[in-house]
Design a protein around this ligand. Structure first.
Ligand code: B12
Length: 272
């Protein structure tokens, strides 16, 4: 099977198994992307939900597995009116993330059967546990662009998607990036609606990051520390008790993280 055929088979299989969109990012392209360049040199920041580094590599450095050449990146829609899709239920991964992992597993099983000579490694969500910087990967795969809200904004669903990826041993070319900027003339309600004003000041400077111009919030104005304050408030407001969630079952804990920058985005609202 030639590379183009394999690439379109993988994308179509991911869609068939339920992905909202899918694409390919070549690892050589990924290594040049902003997050992959910035994170190894960004000073350590303490934050809510941080996980232990299991890769044995310095913080921020991606553990590229030997022999892997490209990555399948998928999105899964998290609609505003299905809020529990994005909630941590009983301290477990949100249902939408579970679905993403299942789609990836199904594509891997299909690939093993159909093209056994190509190796595939489903990836962890966290870079600290073998994952990659998913937004830059999705941009490279042509699934959307990095918006003023510092999120992947997709043409159909705006930023209301979550991401997951799988390594591939085949040297497949990237299916992006796309030439589109929905934020250019947008007054950025995503930024104005942030309850912690996380986009209020420019806090990163290209000269501190080897001249890198594409910084958090596009220009360096996204403060993870401000955003993290809201996450801490959300964690303190975790609902507990016997909670009945229509369509999901009964739970003893429901944790809902802020999505203001995401849900204020006008892109894709007409699709939903
Ligand atoms: C750690 C983390 C957090 C931390 C820190 C966030 C941060 N940005 O630093 C906290 C807990 C605060 C957080 C908050 C949120 N997160 Co979060 N988070 C992650 C995680 C695990 C890693 C992100 C990271 O550190 N990236 C590296 C840093 C450097 O990236 P960065 O700050 O975005 O800055 C880079 C980009 O802006 C990029 N960039 C700028 N301009 C351009 C232009 C181009 C062309 C390109 C390619 C790149 C680019 O360059 C910067 C580096 O120089 C990812 C999953 C993953 N494995 O990637 C999810 C992830 C990014 N989070 C996600 C979400 C949804 C959220 C929240 C909305 C909370 C929620 N309800 O889930 C908020 C949104 C915050 C925001 N507006 O950015 C989604 C994003 C989905 C999407 N549509 O983009 C992800 C992908 C997880 C998922 N389940 O799919 N998150």
């Amino acid at each position: 099977m030639n590379v183009r055929t394999l690439s379109s088979y993988l994308i179509n299989k991911a869609l068939e198994f339920g992905a909202s969109s899918a694409g390919i990012a070549n690892i050589e392209d990924l290594k040049k992307m902003p997050s992959f360049r910035m994170m190894p040199i960004r000073p350590h920041i303490e934050r809510v939900g941080a996980v232990e580094n299991e890769t044995g590599l310095p913080e921020g450095v991606v553990a590229w597995p030997e022999g892997m050449k490209s990555v399948l990146v998928i999105t899964y829609l998290h609609p505003e009116d299905d809020k529990y899709m994005d909630c941590w239920l009983d301290w477990k991964n949100p249902p939408g993330n579970v679905k993403l992992a299942k789609i990836i597993k199904s594509v891997k099983e299909w690939l093993q059967e159909a093209v056994p000579e190509v190796e595939a490694i489903p990836m962890n969500y966290y870079v600290e546990k073998g994952g990659i910087w998913l937004k830059d990967a999705a941009v490279t795969a042509g699934l959307g662009v990095l918006g003023k809200n510092n999120l992947l904004v997709t043409p159909r669903f705006g930023p209301r998607v979550r991401l997951r990826a799988m390594y591939l041993s085949e040297d497949l070319p990237s299916t992006g990036p796309m030439n589109w900027d929905p934020c250019a003339d947008c007054p950025a309600p995503c930024r104005a609606n942030c309850p912690q004003q996380a986009f209020a000041e420019t806090i990163y400077d290209p000269k501190d990051y080897e001249g890198l111009e594409k910084l958090p919030g596009r220009t360096g104005c996204y403060s993870l520390m401000q955003c993290d304050k809201q996450m801490a408030i959300d964690e303190a407001n975790e609902e507990t008790g016997e909670i009945e969630l229509p369509g999901y079952g009964t739970y003893h804990s429901v944790l809902t993280y802020c999505r203001k920058c995401e849900l204020s985005c006008p892109v894709g609202k007409q699709t939903l």
